[in-house]
Design a protein around this ligand. Sequence first.
Ligand code: URA
Length: 234
Amino acid sequence: MRINKFLAYSGVCSRRAADELIIEGVVKINGRVCNPGDDVDISSDSVTVKGKLVNVVKKYDYYIMNKPKGYVCTVKDDKGRKTVMDLLPNNNKRLFPVGRLDYDTEGLLILTNDGDLTFKLTHPKNEVPKTYLVKTEKPVSDEDLIKLRNGVYIDGVKTNKCNVRIVETLKSGSKLHVTITEGRNRQVRKMFEAVNNNVDFLKRIKIGDLALSGLNRGEVRALTPREIDYLMNI
Ligand code: URA
């Protein structure tokens, strides 16, 4: 993590104030005066400001979940359906899901109480890539692949260019990996509807390079500092 960000993350001061301290030469990493662009390994480096050791104070909580189908991505559902909050071990941290997966969609979901990270990951201008495993009802033709990649019209607006590739051809339908940088409502399902197909199974498998890696359906774990850092710099 960049040193100025580390100092802000640790609650020492704002990032701008951290830049000033660094320029003043009062910030040391492992005993050596650091420069503005230096990185800190949160798990092993020791950082001091004016000789005082900086402890990482965790301001926020970050979790990754493998959402099963049959759960809604809200904190409370008006219709009384199960929500992803029901899957958290200890639901007293005012966490909220980052973006939405449909009731019938499964896979990678981040939950946090960090509004800045939520904004960063969900705002369309940031174009954070999200990858889905898709199983379609009917085989996807080469022509449809090209259409999907170049953009199709959903709700009257063309989708951005995206990555679509077939990973397996089944007797009925195709299995594909689809990476989109937008997050429109039911976007992947609607993209396939636009080429006269239907999605039978939908699972988010990655946000950027962050993958579920071994997390079973319904399981949740805290993100590691390295993963948090990755998402903050995505
Ligand atoms: N696209 C969809 O259609 N549904 C989701 O849950 C996510 C992306």
